[in-house]
Design a protein around this ligand. Structure first.
Ligand code: FES
Ligand SMILES: [Fe+2]
Length: 432
């Protein structure tokens, strides 16, 4: 039984004033409710179809704190199950990934087939709905959740910035690491925080990360050019159910002959992308609640909660099956230096999220709200045939505040039935 009423939950985010209570990052009761109202309700990312190419292929993953595994059955259908035997609860799938004819529980030797069934006993509890969007597999524990297509809505247009670059497949292996930070600080950074790069990632830029060909960072001009990438025009998209992204346009000095830009010359890709997406250099995206997608570096980062002040990040890099070898080499080198435990940007961001989380611990600190007012009241949502409803400015806090606004709606809603009727929609002409 919760001690926090629905009314109180809906006051934790004041989207009209741009204020977010520090309690949402630190309060154990709010965290417990979050596992129920957000993570047991939303569609959550599970993996990429290319990680399970054939019948019997499986991967172990988490949905919130809940261990589940995903498996392709003999009919090529992808299902997901709780990784807990209904007999005495032991896990039935222990390896990170592999191929099997059945899942054998080593406690009392029950063996489950690829559909989670065992003869003469209850089968494994399935994840209520599993579906894919262009290779990305998602699951939800809630059978009342809308279809994945409806849940993603206009966010699909943003995901296509990455997924339509080619025949995308996952690089083998998932990189996992933990951080002492609340998962929402990472989601907030992913969805709309373009402006932190100017200072947070300045040292990585000055070290030459992502500087591009022909830029010598040992010269004053080179250093200026390296830093120029931080702070350029673009747009912000917010969608139903808390997703969103910030995209910035290609710079004037964009080098179309750089190895990693090969796909931009493909007329088929250009057609699929359309005029607005063809102008986008990269987008930082967040599929609510916890999947960060970077269309430029082709990295997917799932931030699984492990308590109010801890998360485990799972990183998968996508590559184009048909990319030239030098483009793959350039991309993977960039990916390793960018995010992940050895990534310069990851270290920069992680230190900030760690500090932000620490800043929510004190009882006195929690009395003062966090301020998300950059651009508040100036974000006019435009809608045209070029893309989804959007604000035509990249540097603002609209998407972060939108995510918290939607988070509060999930937290206060009694059910999906209620949420479907009472959730924020970015309508043309709306000011955020
Ligand atoms: S816990 Fe699995 S067979 Fe007993
Ligand atoms: Fe960052």
């Amino acid at each position: 039984m919760t001690t926090i009423s629905r009314e109180e939950l809906s006051t934790l985010v004041d989207h009209e004033k741009g204020l977010v209570s520090r309690r949402i990052y630190a309060d154990p009761e709010i965290y417990r409710l979050e596992l129920e109202h957000v993570f047991a309700r939303c569609w959550l990312y599970l993996g990429h179809e290319s990680q399970l190419p054939g019948p019997g292929d499986y991967i172990n993953v988490f949905m919130g704190e809940q261990p589940v595994f995903v498996v392709r059955n003999r009919q090529n259908r992808i299902n997901a199950f709780f990784n807990g035997c209904p007999q005495c609860g032991s896990s039935v799938c222990r390896a990170d990934a592999g191929n099997t004819a059945s899942f054998r529980c080593i406690y009392h030797d029950r063996a489950y087939d690829l559909d989670g069934q065992v003869s003469a006993a209850p089968g494994l509890p399935p994840v209520a709905q599993v579906a894919s969007y262009k290779g990305l597999i998602f699951g939800t524990f809630d059978s009342d959740a809308p279809s994945l297509d409806d849940y993603l809505g206009d966010m699909r247009w943003g995901l296509d910035l990455l997924l339509e670059q080619g025949d995308m497949v996952a690089v083998p292996g998932v990189v996992r690491w933990q951080m002492d930070a609340n998962w929402k600080f990472a989601a907030d950074n992913a969805i709309g925080d373009m402006y932190h790069g100017n200072i947070t990632h300045r040292s990585a830029k000055l070290a030459g990360h992502g500087a591009g060909r022909g830029i010598d960072i040992n010269t004053p001009e080179g250093r200026r050019a390296a830093l120029q990438g931080l702070g350029r025009p673009g747009f912000t998209v917010v969608t139903e159910y808390g997703h969103g992204f910030n995209a910035d346009y290609l710079r004037d000095d964009f080098d179309p002959d750089a190895p990693a830009a090969y796909w931009r010359k493909d007329p088929e890709v250009q057609k699929r992308m359309g005029p607005l997406r063809n102008r986008v250099a990269r987008a930082n995206e967040n599929v609510f609640p916890n999947l960060f997608v970077n269309s430029g570096s082709r990295e997917l980062m799932l931030r699984n909660p492990l308590g109010p002040a801890k998360m485990e990040i799972w990183k998968t890099t996508l590559v184009d099956r048909n990319a030239p070898p030098e483009a793959v080499r350039a991309q993977l080198g960039n990916s390793n230096r960018h995010f992940g435990p050895a990534g310069m940007f990851e270290m920069d961001d992680g230190e900030n999220w760690d500090q932000s989380t620490d800043g929510t611990r004190g009882v006195v600190a929690r009395r003062s709200d966090l301020n998300y007012t950059m651009g508040l009241g100036y974000g006019v949502i435009v809608d045209d045939e070029l893309g989804p409803p959007r604000v035509e400015v990249a540097y603002n806090e609209h998407a972060q505040l939108w995510m918290y606004r939607c988070w509060a709606e999930f937290m206060a809603a009694p059910s999906w039935r209620h949420l479907r009727e009472h959730h924020s929609r970015p309508l043309p002409g709306m000011v955020i």
